[in-house]
Design a protein around this ligand. Structure first.
Ligand code: GDP
Length: 414
């Protein structure tokens, strides 16, 4: 059995258990593989060939599966450690820059995936800048550590130099290239070693030969965090070390302010490093409650809407898909509650629309829900004309959510 890292706090508000997450990457860095591994580990999909108990989501007829995959192209929900993670697709290609903008608007946080051989590539830079403009907090995952020529330190240096941020490296790889077997979790000073045949990892003592290096790196992490965070600095000055709880809290805050980026590593292809990555998503990336209230305008007056199910309903359409089930309108609810049968206003088009069904989407399947609340990402059936980018709101309290930040100039990728 895998032992999970214990990085997170115990939240009390249900919205605190939600993460609206995107994965940003240069083409080929491994976004699809990381996504698949996340869906597999969170039980949203089961590995091919392991469908034996009749309860798996792959037990669908081909048309149903196709439909799921189409929906999955927009958003998919999965669960990790008591949290719902809504994974929102962000197109990996700069040609879809408008779509990237729209997805960035509805994310609360993102994993930026880098190739451990190539480091930061031009497209990663351009999406990173877009995410900066939208204020999307990120953690970094340096993927493909199993590749020949992979080097975490070089990749981290390119994150520092090209993305102009402070990398906060929380893991030390165990082994290199083909011999990459695990990581040392520098916060807890424990080794996580993956088992090839079983897709799980064991938690062990840090190997003798890596103990000094792990201590050195932990000190570097402490110093980097102390430089940016007053509470960590205070502890560091008093004890020449930062305690685990302070470090975790400081990393969470630095992630949210964008002053630093937590860096993890692994090999998605070999199923190594994804569990700690999910733990880090829960620990460091914000919930809908942690992000500033969304802003919109009504007759030129700016209004704020809190992430509160009791507030007036407001949502943003970020993708519309035509599927066999019907026209699926994917939306992020920012405030209030939307119920099956509600009439909503498409504020920009000044048109009323009726909500037929509300679907929560999992890979390969969806389930009907009666209502969706602030912070939710759902697909709605029944809306006839609302387009991507439209604001939907309660007719009694109309507003148009703020337009997206201007698109980044397109960067050509060799
Ligand atoms: P995307 O374009 O970012 O979605 O990248 P993909 O997930 O499609 O991966 C691109 C290629 O890299 C594919 O051939 C993957 O099998 C391969 N790949 C992904 N992750 C890893 C990894 O951790 N190690 C190695 N060696 N290859 C990987």
């Amino acid at each position: 059995m895998a032992v999970r890292t214990e990085l997170h706090r115990r939240p009390t508000n249900p919205l605190d258990h939600v993460r609206n997450l995107g994965i940003l990457a240069h083409v080929d860095a491994g976004k699809t593989t990381v996504t698949e591994r996340i869906l597999y580990l969170t039980g949203a999909v089961h590995k091919r060939g392991e469908v034996h108990d009749g309860t798996t989501v792959t037990d669908f007829d081909p048309q149903e599966r196709d439909r799921g995959i189409t929906i999955f192209a927009a958003a998919v929900s999965c669960a990790w450690d008591g949290h719902r993670i809504n994974l929102i697709d962000t197109p990996g290609h700069v040609d879809f820059s408008d779509e990237v903008e729209r997805s960035l608007r509805v994310l609360d946080g993102a994993i930026a995936v880098f190739d451990a051989v190539a480091g930061v590539e031009p497209q990663s830079e351009s999406v990173w800048r877009q995410a900066d403009r939208h204020g999307v907090p990120r953690i970094a995952f340096v993927n493909k550590l199993d590749r020949a020529g992979a080097d975490l330190d070089t990749a981290v240096a390119s994150i520092r130099d090209r993305l102009h941020t402070v990398p906060l490296v929380v893991q030390l790889p165990i082994g290199a290239e083909d011999g990459f077997t695990g990581v040392v979790d520098l916060l807890r000073m424990r080794a996580l070693v993956w088992d090839d045949g079983h897709d799980t990892f064991e938690e062990e003592e840090v190997p003798d030969g890596l103990r000094d290096e792990a201590r050195r790196r932990r000190r570097l992490l402490d110093e980097a965090v102390a430089e940016l965070h007053p509470a960590a600095l205070e502890e560091f000055c008093a004890r020449s070390a930062v305690s685990g709880p302070t470090l975790t809290a400081a990393l969470r805050e630095l992630t949210r302010t964008g002053e630093g980026v937590v860096v993890l590593c692994g090999s998605a292809y070999r199923n190594r490093g994804i569990e700690p990555l999910l733990d880090a998503v829960v620990a460091y990336l914000p919930s809908p409650l942690d992000v500033p209230p969304v802003r919109g305008t009504l007759d030129d007056a700016v209004q704020e809407r809190p992430a509160d199910p009791a507030a007036p309903f407001a949502a943003l359409v970020f993708k519309v898909n035509s599927t066999a089930t019907g026209r699926l309108t994917c939306l992020r609810v920012y405030s209030g509650t939307i119920r099956k049968g509600d009439t909503v206003l498409d504020a920009g088009a000044r048109r009323h629309e009726r909500v037929g069904r509300i679907l929560r989407v999992q890979a390969g399947r969806h389930s009907d829900v009666d209502a969706a609340v602030a912070g939710d990402i759902v697909a709605v059936i029944g809306l006839k004309s609302a387009r991507a980018g439209a604001t939907l709101c309660t007719p009694a309290a109309p507003l148009v959510l703020e337009p997206p930040a201007p698109a980044d100039p397109v960067v050509s990728v060799a």
